[in-house]
Design a protein around this ligand. Structure first.
Ligand SMILES: [Zn+2]
Length: 181
C-alpha cells in the first residue's frame, strides 16, 4: 500500500512537479512550480496495543479496507498532538471498546517499503467485555493455539504476536525492534 504521490500544492493548489529542489537536496520532492513550496513526505507512525487477558490476546476483525475481514491488533495512524502511548490507547478504545491499563512499549516495526513505523504497547485488559467501533466487525480473545495465523491482516501484527507468545513462554517480556524488509 504505497502512498499516493502528491498532485497539488497544499499552499496554492498548483499542480506540483517531482524534481530535486535547488537547495542542495539530493532527493526528488514534490515542488510547486508556482510558489516553490517543497512538500516533504516522511514516514507515518502506526500505534497500537497487544491487549491481553490471562493467556489470551484481543484481536479485532477489520470492517474496513485494506484487508477487510482479516484479524488485527487494535492500531491506527497516530494523530497530531498526541503521544505514541495516547494514540495506542485511543485506537484500542475506538476499535475494540476495551478497558485496560497501558503497559510498556513492546515492539517497534520498521516498514520502509511503505514508509511506516509501527509501535505496539502491551495493555493489560481489566475487563473481558468489548464494544467494537464501526471499524471492527468483532473483537475477540484468542489463546495462542486459537490465533488465526493465516487470517492476520498485517505482517507487523503477525511478527508482534509471534514475539509476544515467545516472550510469554520465556516468562518475561522485552522490547523488540523489527525491520520488515
Ligand atoms: Zn504552490
Amino acid at each position: 500500500m504505497h502512498r499516493k504521490p502528491i498532485k497539488h500544492c497544499r499552499a496554492c493548489g498548483t499542480a506540483v512537479q517531482y524534481r530535486v529542489p535547488d537547495d542542495g537536496d539530493t532527493k526528488e520532492r514534490a515542488v510547486c512550480p508556482s510558489c516553490v513550496t517543497v512538500h516533504y513526505e516522511n514516514p507515518l507512525n502506526v500505534v497500537g496495543t497487544v491487549p491481553h487477558w490471562g493467556d489470551k490476546v484481543l484481536l479485532c476483525k477489520r470492517n474496513i479496507e485494506p484487508r477487510w475481514g482479516k484479524w488485527t491488533l487494535p492500531a491506527g495512524f497516530m494523530e497530531l498532538g498526541e503521544t505514541t502511548a495516547e494514540g495506542a490507547a485511543r485506537e484500542t478504545v475506538e476499535e475494540a471498546g476495551a478497558q485496560f491499563e497501558l503497559q510498556e512499549l513492546f515492539s517497534l516495526v520498521n516498514v520502509p517499503v511503505v514508509g511506516q513505523v509501527h509501535l505496539f504497547y502491551r495493555a493489560r485488559l481489566t475487563s473481558d467485555q468489548f464494544a467494537p467501533g464501526v471499524e471492527t466487525i468483532e473483537a475477540r480473545l484468542f489463546a495462542e493455539d486459537e490465533i488465526p495465523w493465516d487470517e492476520i491482516a498485517f505482517q507487523t501484527v503477525k511478527q508482534t504476536l509471534q514475539r509476544y507468545f515467545g516472550d510469554r513462554h520465556a516468562g518475561h517480556y522485552q522490547f523488540h525492534a523489527i525491520d520488515l524488509v
